[in-house]
Design a protein around this ligand. Structure first.
Ligand SMILES: Cc1cc2nc3c(=O)[nH]c(=O)nc-3n(C[C@H](O)[C@H](O)[C@H](O)COP(=O)(O)OP(=O)(O)OC[C@H]3O[C@@H](n4cnc5c(N)ncnc54)[C@H](O)[C@@H]3O)c2cc1C
Length: 376
């Protein structure tokens, strides 16, 4: 199969689905190519206990609210069901098992290659997410460790770790929540935290933290952080006694200036305080079944979970495409015009006011820009 269409959308995750719907509303016919066999494929692989950290009112895609039957913070299965119903509601029919390998400029159009097949389109929306780019740092001696080392993206539940000593490296949202999952299952778990952290509760005074962030989003991040600091200190409590260091920049400034998402606590701190999650500093090196910490004595572990994030690199997908990617291959903008007419990214950058919510806004903007692009 090959052909010419108005728009090609790459990926049938929330960003791809929302983009196709918004393009369709403007009369732009889009074909979605999805390398897996389902919509929302990445969510189907997330760990079992995962719930959205953003509330359901602020996590819906354009044109379809999340149903009232969903939890305040929908579970992974509810999110998947919602993506399925979204595709059904808007009659989206992605081409599955179609991995886009290369996008090249061809005059005013784009050539999109899927294996030996070529598609031509004036508009391309890259909504391929980050899941393909897990970042796994290395340490001296990692090859000698002997135990299981896995990235957080392949962690599902505590079952395989029963009776083991597990080290989770990284105190982002995945690391903190996986440590909580293991601790609640009675597994001996330690969290290695390399540097200062920002911790916020999921709800503040009974209101989702995201609602606070949205209400304050018109103010400069530094000012909001300063205003919120006293109440957040009260809500989170002292973390210094737990072996953690508070980041110098506040949560919003951290996102804006360093792309660092704060940790939204759903119970991890309570487990640390109760002594069911141990906290250690950074790692100096690994040895057979042992981790040597920089600031404390070596300890034996059976498994290591790398909750060390993702580093998207789209250079192979977009060769010869000047001005749209950083040197490391990360999109420079998302949901806005790029240096290349007709090429857009959706969902590519972190948002302080909820990624799914931002994806919705970006999809609407991309459709508007694309319709202008098609008439010129
Ligand atoms: C554990 C976790 C929890 C999160 N919780 C929240 C939350 O509570 N609230 C919130 O707002 N956000 C949350 N996010 C962030 C974000 O909303 C999700 O990651 C969201 O799924 C991103 O959507 P996406 O469509 O950009 O990417 P993805 O969901 O990753 O979808 C990308 C799709 O593109 C496909 N694809 C990739 N490359 C190609 C290719 N070359 N050709 C064809 N198809 C391709 C993939 O198979 C995939 O289906 C969370 C993220 C993670 C990892």
């Amino acid at each position: 199969m090959s052909g010419t269409v108005d728009a090609v959308v790459i990926g049938a995750g929330p960003a791809g689905l929302a983009s196709a719907v918004c393009l369709g509303r403007r009369g732009i016919k889009a074909v979605i190519f999805e390398k897996s066999g389902t919509v929302g494929a990445v969510w189907r692989r997330h760990y079992d206990r995962l719930h959205l950290h953003s509330d359901r009112w602020h996590s819906a895609l354009p044109g379809l609210p999340m149903p009232a039957t969903c939890d305040r913070y929908p579970s992974r299965d509810q999110v998947i069901e919602y993506f399925d119903s979204y595709a059904e509601r808007f009659d989206l029919k992605p081409v599955f098992n179609a991995c886009v390998e290369e996008i090249q400029r061809d005059g005013a159009d784009w050539r999109v290659r899927i294996g030996a097949t070529l598609w031509r389109a004036r508009i391309v929306v890259v909504a391929s997410g980050w899941a393909d780019y897990p970042y796994s740092p290395t340490w001296p001696g990692i090859g000698t460790f002997g135990g299981r080392v896995l990235h957080s993206s392949v962690y599902r539940n505590p079952q395989p770790f029963r009776g083991q000593r597990v080290l989770v490296i990284g105190f982002g949202n995945s690391g903190g929540e996986i440590a909580l999952d293991l601790a609640e299952a009675g597994i001996d778990v330690t969290l290695s935290v390399r540097g200062p952290v920002n911790i916020v509760p999921r709800d503040l005074l009974g209101v989702p933290i995201l609602t606070w962030a949205i209400a304050q989003s018109w103010l400069p991040a530094r000012l909001v952080d300063a205003l919120n600091a006293p109440i957040l200190r009260l809500a989170v409590g002292s973390i210094e006694k737990l072996g953690l260091t508070r980041a110098a920049k506040g949560p919003l400034q951290g996102i804006e200036e360093e792309d660092r998402v704060p940790f939204l606590d759903v119970g991890t701190l309570a487990q640390i305080r109760a002594g069911r999650i141990a906290v250690r500093g950074p790692i100096a090196k690994l040895a057979p079944n042992t981790v040597v910490f920089s600031r404390s004595a070596p300890e034996p572990f059976d498994a290591i979970i790398l909750a060390t994030g993702f580093r998207p690199d789209l250079r192979a997908l977009l060769p010869n495409c000047k001005g749209v990617l950083s040197e490391a291959g990360k999109p420079l903008v998302s949901g806005r015009p790029t240096a290349q007419p007709g090429l857009y990214f959706c969902g590519a950058l972190t948002s302080p006011t909820g990624q799914l919510r931002e994806i919705g806004f970006e999809a609407v903007r991309i459709a508007q820009l694309a319709s202008q692009n098609l008439v010129t």
